[in-house]
Design a protein around this ligand. Structure first.
Ligand code: ATP
Ligand code: MG
Length: 411
């Protein structure tokens, strides 16, 4: 029923080593779910009854990570496999290393080891709680996950209201999995998304950045955006007011469609590019009035917009400068003054800025020919480029004569 060839042989060898040392060990979670739904799994998780220290001692190339959730990373040159000890997920009093919750019921720490049944019970959705032994080729299914895979439905393990209180990120995960797997979301889960989504405002910005990347850089960005928007969850991921204006939404959608295409074609993608696009409408709104751009305000607003966004989803520093480059280059791509276009095509971010310019144009009602101009410019030799710049200059002179000619006569 499951094709073992879909699994990493390195991951299988880890399971084998653990079992050879008399531990229980299984491949678990997303890789089993994906393999059963016809998707090639891309990362592999292992669950075992060996403690992190025991796992660590069996594999030379491994390290223990995490405090909230202690895990072991076992790696070779090209792969990193997460090995997690079965967790009980029960509150244990008088223990400094057990499951700890905050006042809202959010889990702060979960390091109480347990049995496979207990471990299964604390996973989020039934389809994510299948344990597969690649040696015996048997699946353990305690919560009807196989049935739900066949029915193509996402069902919570336990009452979703309480489960989302424990960890509000599960609401985002529900949407993400339903897009990727083309599964329906069970009604009870939908209700919990509406009821508990607001708790996302309390999740750390680092975790939300990770989730942001999974949501928008895995090939289902457009679908995820539309669903998250309909659940009212986009506000926890992007500090923009895209709801109000058609153009804003269009730029965002074009950028997401473009990202999905790039993923499909195995082209490079970066969260920086997408953030630059998703935050562009809010930058425009902040620094323009009656369709006139205030350049000074443009430069002054950039940091503030990034700061607001950083509070929601952390933006690693290298992406912050990337985003600002893309924004500033939009102005330069439009102005095309003097010798500047020659330099601009050599700018390390030119290609990304040009791609974004095309996205903006695709989203706009009024057609401009700036993107076209740059498409041609890139293919031209030096002399042709000089000619294109000169032509643009004379065209502009004529336009300003038309605009200001009568003024000249008056002065
Ligand atoms: P993908 O890798 O495609 O994002 P995944 O299901 O493998 O999906 P991971 O974040 O890799 O997701 O987690 C592995 C498994 O750990 C999940 O399948 C699930 O069983 C469990 N898990 C992960 N995050 C949570 C969570 N927030 N709450 C409960 N269980 C979780
Ligand atoms: Mg995974």
């Amino acid at each position: 029923m499951i094709e073992s060839s879909k699994f990493s042989s390195f991951a299988i060898s880890i399971v084998q080593t653990l079992q050879d040392n008399n531990f229980e060990a299984y491949l678990v979670g997303g890789c089993i779910r994906d393999a059963l739904t016809g998707i090639n799994p891309k990362d592999f998780d292992i669950a075992t009854n060996a403690t992190p220290e025991q796992v660590r001692s069996l594999f030379k190339a491994s390290r223990i990570i995490g405090k909230r959730f202690k895990l072991v990373h076992v790696f070779n040159r090209s792969e990193l496999i997460e090995v997690a000890t079965f967790r009980a997920g029960k509150i244990k009093n008088n223990s400094s290393d057990s499951l700890i919750k905050d006042n809202n019921g959010k889990i702060l720490r979960d390091n109480t080891w347990g049995t496979i049944q207990q471990d299964c019970h604390r996973r989020d959705f039934t389809v994510n709680a299948l344990y597969y032994c690649p040696i015996s080729e048997k699946i353990q299914d305690f919560h009807a996950g196989l049935k739900h895979i066949n029915k193509k439905i996402l069902v919570s393990i336990g009452d979703p209201q309480g489960r989302f209180e424990e960890d509000p990120v599960r609401a985002l995960r529900a949407v993400r999995f339903s897009s990727k797997l083309e599964f329906k979301i069970e009604n009870k889960v939908k209700e919990a998304i509406y009821d508990k989504g607001h708790l996302l405002s309390d999740v750390s910005n680092a975790r939300l950045f990770d989730e942001f990347c999974k949501i928008f850089l895995n090939g289902y960005a457009e679908k995820n955006f539309k669903k998250l928007d309909s659940f009212g969850l986009m506000q926890y991921l992007i500090s923009s007011n895209h709801n109000h204006e058609n153009f804003s939404k269009q730029v965002i959608l074009e950028a997401l469609i473009n990202t999905d295409k790039r993923v499909k074609n195995n082209q490079s993608i970066t969260p920086g590019f997408l953030m630059a696009a998703l935050l562009w409408p809010v930058l425009m709104k902040t620094c323009s009035k009656n369709n006139e751009l205030n350049i000074r305000k443009f430069f002054r607003s950039m940091d503030g917009i990034l700061k607001d966004q950083h509070q929601l989803t952390a933006i690693p520093r290298k992406f912050q400068s990337y985003i600002k480059d893309i924004w500033v280059l939009q102005l330069k791509l439009e102005s095309r003054l003097g010798k500047y276009p020659h330099k601009l095509v050599k700018h390390p971010r030119f290609r990304a800025a040009y791609d974004f310019l095309l996205i903006r144009e695709a989203a706009a009602d009024e057609k401009t020919d700036i993107g076209d101009w740059w498409t041609k410019f890139q293919k031209q030799n030096f002399n042709e480029r000089e000619l294109a710049i000169a032509k643009l200059r004379s065209q502009r002179e004529k336009e300003s004569e038309k605009k200001f000619g009568f003024l000249g006569e008056l002065i």
